[in-house]
Design a protein around this ligand. Structure first.
Ligand code: NAP
Length: 249
């Protein structure tokens, strides 16, 4: 069993930043043709260039995952770019506006659930049946440690990711019999462009984990790539915490 992705196409949402960019790079290194999505074309093209200059193959598709039409169109474009198939789907793109419940605008609430829950739902609706028809495929969802315990200021975000936790198990039940594996990772505090605004607050949060340090995107990506690979062939419906041990204590 290897982590060889030669001949496989992987769609990585949010592949132009942070954890997603690290996933895209590691998948490409292992032979996958990677389709990266995001809204920011400049960052997307840069991520593609990095992969190509390292000898890999990648394409960028611009799509706003808050818009359901664009979600469906992304799935179709990824299939086309993949020559008719997407073998790996990494539902990584996410937004995490924190704040007291009473201060969360209805706009922010809707955006969190549109990007974090509805987009993965309809990407799976588009792509998993195609994987099932081929009898193989792997889906990895990116949730968070705060999908598992209550943390003040993270009600909207944590609940959106808790929904994705349950979707992971629902899809494992639905698509497993057709040979499509579905798993998730739940990262802890990780240093990315998205968490840069938290400054030292991220270190404070990481200080509550047994390993007492902030994670690197590459460390989270390694778990995602493992779950997407044939090495994880019997791992299904599971969530791998990549959080410095926070869920263990
Ligand atoms: N970093 C952490 O500490 C941490 C911890 C636990 C879980 N996570 C989860 O890990 C995932 C990646 O986080 P990150 O820290 O790497 O974040 P990041 O650096 O902010 O990257 C987020 C990615 O999502 C994309 N995205 C956001 N909104 C989008 C939209 N409306 N349409 C399309 N793409 C959109 C962004 O691309 P564009 O801006 O180009 O659209 C970007 O590529 C998220 O699901 C997050 O919840 C992160």
């Amino acid at each position: 069993m290897t982590q060889d992705f030669a001949g496989r196409t992987a769609l990585v949402t949010g592949g132009n930043s942070g954890i997603g960019r690290a996933v895209a790079g590691q998948l490409a290194q292992r032979g996958a043709h990677v389709v990266i999505s995001g809204r920011d074309t400049a960052r997307g093209n840069k991520a593609v260039e990095e992969i190509r200059s390292a000898g890999g193959t990648a394409d960028f598709v611009q799509a706003d995952l808050a818009d359901l039409d664009q979600v469906r169109s992304l799935a179709k474009q990824a299939v086309e770019l993949g020559g008719g198939h997407v073998d790996v789907l990494v539902n990584n793109a996410g937004i995490f506006p924190f704040g007291p419940t009473a201060e969360v605008s209805d706009r922010d609430f809707d955006a969190v659930f549109a990007v974090n829950v509805r987009a993965p739902f309809y990407l799976v609706a588009e792509l998993a049946p195609l994987m099932a028809a081929r009898g193989s495929g792997a889906i990895v969802n990116v949730t968070t440690m705060v999908a598992y315990f209550g943390m003040s200021g993270m009600a909207a975000y944590g609940s959106s990711k808790a929904a994705v936790e349950l979707l992971t198990r629902s899809w494992a039940a639905e698509f497993g019999p057709s040979g499509v594996r579905v798993n998730a990772v739940s990262p802890g505090p990780t240093r990315t462009e998205g968490t840069a605004v938290m400054g030292e607050g991220l270190d404070g949060l990481a200080g509550t984990t047994p390993l007492q340090r902030v994670g690197l995107p590459e460390e989270v990506a390694a778990g995602i790539v493992f779950l997407a690979s044939d090495q994880a062939s019997l791992i299904h419906g599971a969530t791998l915490p990549i959080d410095g041990g926070r869920l263990a204590v």
